[in-house]
Design a protein around this ligand. Structure first.
Ligand SMILES: [Zn+2]
Ligand SMILES: [Zn+2]
Length: 247
């Protein structure tokens, strides 16, 4: 029912390609039959770089082709509260796309992001025993102004193929933090102090997956992972759309 409704919507408002933002055809001719168009131009798909090994065994950051290290420099220096992280894209190859997804209302990109996540990490994620998907929450006022939380939109697409529910009531953002890109690492950590609380002391889940759009220093995800640790959650994983690469 919803799927058919979406077909009609795609005809009226052509969906946009997550790489170039140009319109993507709602229908395509394939082997003499009409099929539904994809989410992305074929030529644009080639421009995207996926995260591939060797990877940091903690945060999942690509270490560079010839690296023999087990962890990235950041994870060797700083302890983390999460167990393990996974990301789909190398940030520089998809930064413009994520910007539009975040600030310009391109929620439809989540369909492609979800599909790419399923292809790259679906099997791995299914074997982790995840019971709940937790998008990094936005400060309520900020979300109201933007109209949506991009992490939650992405989490919805991941939830769909994993068949695991999104839980938005577990963590709440109680402080509006300054944009992270304007701060250095130390100030980022302080900036996030007590930015998140858990409204219920009791978390019934033993294994959770925190979802965000970008992994930079990991301080945001760590702050939430710390809250889950205190609440007795045993396994804490994260998934982000994109992560930087060690050069
Ligand atoms: Zn394109
Ligand atoms: Zn790392």
């Amino acid at each position: 029912m919803f799927k058919e409704f979406n077909w009609v919507l795609d005809l009226i408002y052509p969906r946009r390609c997550p790489v170039c933002d140009g319109p993507v055809k709602a229908f395509e001719f394939k082997n003499g039959r009409i099929t539904r168009g994809g989410f992305i131009h074929r030529r644009c798909l080639k421009k995207i770089e996926y995260v591939r090994g060797p990877l940091c065994q903690k945060c999942g950051k690509p270490l560079g082709r010839n690296s023999t290290e087990e962890y990235c420099e950041d994870c060797r220096r700083t302890g983390h509260f999460f167990d393990r992280g996974f990301s789909v894209f190398v940030y520089r190859s998809i930064s413009g796309s994520i910007y539009r997804f975040k600030y310009l209302g391109r929620k439809e990109y989540a369909d492609f992001y979800g599909l790419a996540t399923k292809k790259r990490l679906g099997k791995k994620l299914k074997n982790l025993g995840i019971e709940a998907i937790v998008p990094v929450p936005m400060y309520r006022e900020k979300e109201r102004r933007r109209g949506y939380n991009q992490a939650e939109v992405y989490a919805g697409a991941v939830s769909e193929f994993l068949g695991i529910p999104v839980e938005t009531g577990l963590v709440r953002r109680v402080r509006n933090t300054a944009p992270m890109k304007e701060l250095d690492v130390v100030r980022r950590r302080n900036n996030l102090k007590k930015a998140f609380i858990m409204p219920q002391n009791d978390v019934k889940f033993k294994c959770v997956l925190i979802i965000d759009d970008i992994y930079t220093t990991g301080s945001t995800i760590d702050e939430i992972a710390h809250e889950f640790r205190v609440a007795g959650v045993e396994k804490i994983y994260f998934l982000t759309l994109a992560i930087g690469q060690t050069t």
